[in-house]
Write a protein that binds this ligand. Structure first.
Ligand SMILES: Nc1ncnc2c1ncn2[C@@H]1O[C@H](COP(=O)(O)OP(=O)(O)OP(=O)(O)O)[C@@H](O)[C@H]1O
Ligand SMILES: [Mg+2]
Length: 506
């Protein structure tokens, strides 16, 4: 069986309808999954030597947050190099990027897998991937037919990319090498709050306004500053960082404005300050709320007149610096309390950006978790790092007071814990791997015995902890292995094996 002209026409029509690219891509992917009868399909965009999922069907939600580098994914690298339809042998031992990410499928050892590279002229702009659980699932489709589908998808993707470029205020002419460049700073997230923020970043980047970036701790303020700088015409010049909180009063002025030899004891040579270093670029003043009133006055002067004086020098130097400032305080309140100058506040907050708290971003939590899982996978050389459904529920129900940074650390810690608990290089994160930082977990978790601190290594300590957890679960579940396995969210066969290895069972 192969598909008819009507089917192809149907796909083409799907690509014309739909509101916005996202919707169109989602329709395309869903239609393809239907028509080709595959178990999972994805449309990926290729940029900066990585594949970025744009639309997925039949795959775990967190795939949308994952970024697949060529280096980390030999299968995708093959597709990127191929120039034509790629049919992987069903028993190919190249790891599949979606291994463990098709809900209900434990693993993707033997399966049908097709990759269609998408081109605009000579340039690779993306790929379509099709996966099927039975090895011969796609045998009925000819390469000709698959090429047609690829051509339709490539056309739609290329249009979307062109429109995106036209719409962006500061579109630099697309250089032919853009697709090969290293990935730039990217903010993961599709929630309305983040989409709005990305739009604002693009608008403000093109202007030369100073920007005040507000947001709770760990929300990504520094990332926003980097994005603004990179997208601005100053992006080719330096972005200089200064943390105002870590600045002792005695050296603060010299840090900002530099000093001349002999200006004070210890000033043994001339030294330029951050403002000079950032000339023609951007200065990022982190935690601006911590700056003393005296320095606020000096900063205001620079913003007003564009010139600075090195400490100990009466001549002034002209600098062309754009200031981005960040704070997790409510600066309006600080102004009212007399801790922050109102005039400086007004200068900085011509264009305020507010970074939403993670708990206001809905499913972005899962996308970000996928992003960090993939990072850990690469860094730790694991073949796969996936989230169990329980882990996903936990991520969505927790409040994340420490925002994205807390999530990032929680994922790293969970990967380390989950890896210590099983041999091999495949890691599944369960809800219990987050339990160390979460007060809201069930009593059985928070009442866990403190692991004994000993001088032995991590492995021994981890095994001790596992022994205690398992013994405790057995006690609480009338020594039923099945019930204990459920309580620990693990597979009963694994639990038996682990207990044997830990010497809890003969
Ligand atoms: N949307 C995002 N996508 C990907 N990574 C993110 C995102 N937001 C934040 N991060 C990551 O989370 C971590 C914390 O972000 P960042 O340092 O920018 O937060 P911050 O608001 O400056 O925190 P603080 O208030 O503590 O200074 C960083 O590792 C950053 O790369
Ligand atoms: Mg910061």
């Amino acid at each position: 069986m192969s598909f008819s002209v009507e089917v192809l026409a149907g796909i083409a029509i799907e690509l014309q309808s739909g509101i916005g690219h996202q919707d169109r891509f989602q329709r395309l992917i869903s239609t393809l999954r239907h028509v080709l009868d595959c178990d999972a399909s994805a449309l990926l965009r290729y940029e900066g030597r990585q594949f970025i999922p744009l639309a997925i069907d039949g795959l775990a939600q967190d795939v949308l947050g994952r970024r697949f580098t060529l280096e980390g994914h030999p299968r995708l690298e093959t597709i990127a190099r191929a120039g034509d339809v790629v049919r992987f042998p069903a028993d190919s031992d190249l790891p599949d990027p979606y291994d463990g990410l098709i809900p209900g499928q434990e693993s993707l050892k033997v399966h049908a897998c097709i990759g269609l590279p998408l081109f605009a002229g000579q340039h690779l702009i993306g790929a379509l991937t099709l996966d099927g659980m039975s090895p011969d699932q796609f045998d009925t489709f000819s390469d000709e037919e698959l090429r047609l589908i690829a051509a339709l998808a490539a056309g739609a993707l290329n249009n979307a990319l062109l429109i995106e470029q036209l719409e962006s205020q500061n579109s630099l002419p697309a250089s032919p090498t853009a697709f090969e460049q290293v990935a730039h700073t990217e903010m993961i997230g599709l929630s309305p709050g983040i989409m709005q923020l990305k739009k604002e970043i693009e608008i403000v980047a093109a202007s030369d306004l100073n920007v005040l970036i507000e947001g709770e701790t760990g929300t990504g303020k520094e990332l926003v500053a980097k994005s603004i700088h990179e997208a601005s015409p100053r992006g080719v010049n330096p972005l200089v960082y200064l943390n105002c909180a870590a600045l002792p009063e005695s050296v603060a002025e010299s840090e900002l404005f530099g000093h001349v030899k002999g200006a004070f004891t210890g000033a043994i040579s001339n030294r330029s300050g951050k403002f000079e270093m950032a000339d023609n670029g951007t200065l990022f003043l982190d935690e601006i709320g911590e700056l003393s009133l005296a320095l606020q006055a000096k900063l205001l002067r620079v913003l007003q007149y564009g010139d600075i004086q090195r400490v100990g020098d009466d001549r002034s130097l002209r600098v062309d610096v754009r200031v981005l400032a960040a704070t997790n305080r409510d600066l309006r309140e600080e102004v009212l309390a007399g801790n922050f100058r109102a005039d400086l506040f007004h200068r900085l907050s011509v264009f305020p950006l507010s970074v939403p708290a993670l708990r206001e971003r809905g499913e972005d939590v899962v996308l970000l978790a996928g992003f960090f899982c993939e990072q850990c996978r690469l860094r730790m050389g694991l073949s796969r790092v996936v989230l169990s459904p329980g882990a996903r529920t936990h991520l969505m129900s927790y409040g994340w007071p420490g925002n994205v940074r807390e999530l990032e650390h929680a994922i790293h810690r969970a990967v380390v814990l989950a890896r210590a608990a099983r041999s091999g290089d495949e890691v599944v994160i369960h809800a219990r791997h987050f339990s160390l930082h979460d007060e809201s977990t069930p009593a059985t978790m928070s009442e866990m015995p403190e692991p004994q601190v000993t001088n032995r290594n991590l492995r021994d300590a981890t095994e001790d902890f596992q022994r205690q957890m398992i013994s405790r679960a057995l006690e609480q579940n009338s020594r039923s292995w099945a019930a204990s396995a459920r309580a620990l969210e693990t597979d009963v066969a694994n639990l038996h094996r682990l207990a044997k290895r830990l010497g809890l069972k003969p």
